[in-house]
Design a protein around this ligand. Sequence first.
Ligand code: UT7
Length: 341
Amino acid sequence: MAIEIIATGRAVPPNKVTNEDLAERIDTTDEWIRSHTGIGARHVAASGIACSDLSLEAAREALNAAAQGGKGSPEELAQSLDLIILGTTTPDYLGVPPTACLVQDKLGAKNAGALDIAAACTGFIYGLELAAAFLMVNKDRKRALVIGTDVLSRIVNWDDRGTAVLFGDGSGAVLIEKTDAPAGGPGGRGLVRTILKADGSGAESLIIRQGGSRNPFKAGDVVAIPPYLEMNGHAVYTFAVKALTGIIERLLKEEGITIGDVARIIPHQANARIVQAAGKRLGIPEDKFFLNIEEYANTSAASIPIALDELNRAGKLKKGDLLMTVGFGGGLTYGGNLIIW
Ligand code: UT7
């Protein structure tokens, strides 16, 4: 049996903020941002648009695509879902209710369980494996939606040039289905291998200190600026290059394949230089990696499913292509998936 991605979708807010726009309000330049990160712009959600809104849009796109592929109407597909799993750092509400439940309701997925997972930028990689396992352990389960969404513009300190230039908002979703195809080997399909890792010793490298049970807000507190993401850029950079190279090497070794067998690597889009450094260390040609960071910046849990959808809709993924996702993020978490398209 295989767990196949049968449709993809994405939602990116229309409001595009260029590097030049940012340079008008903070001490930065288009040249610095491009040369240090590869980022040219980011899309920022309008006020009033939250994580569940972007997630719902991406999920509907995925269901519409599956419907066009002859899998039934979008409504029937929604009702056939056994699970909605949403990776996010920026839920609509802090902890309760899970944002996935808001999506479940609006989608009409009345037979689905729904939960959020907090694996930061690695959320989609984690979510795909967890949803696949959920389908595999019970013969009656067939379909799940895996969504990665972040609205990082809400937790970025827009006065801190060290982080403000890096992030953007967006959502990506994939519809997965348990099928009778073989999971690996010749003619194999779908998710064939995943590595999920964590190194909590780096927890403080990416952190929102305020608002949780460690530092809750108390009545009478005066908040100068809202809780925001603090980052040790150098620590994350060093970790990220090591994490990407380690995961790529391990996925190849465990699967008994070489990089030549992989059609494309779809990395988490955090910084083009991180991806280039990992590629250089491993001797992997740059064009093996798909990068769209110039347009969207780092959309955290959304970056890999947005990239997948972009490639898919552009007809750049061929049936049978072996794809590798690889990513890292707060936690620190890291991991990767091997998927036969
Ligand atoms: O999903 C995971 C999220 N996070 C990441 O992946 C981030 C990982 N880290 C990075 O990508 C890089 O460390 C950064 C892009 C954040 C920083 O790049 P860097 O090449 O490590 O720059 P730096 O921090 O060493 O700063 C170099 C200089 C400094 O000036 P001085 O001290 O040399 O005068 C910074 O103050 O660049 C300055 N700088 C900036 N200048 C213009 C830092 N940010 C900016 C900026 N515009 N936005």
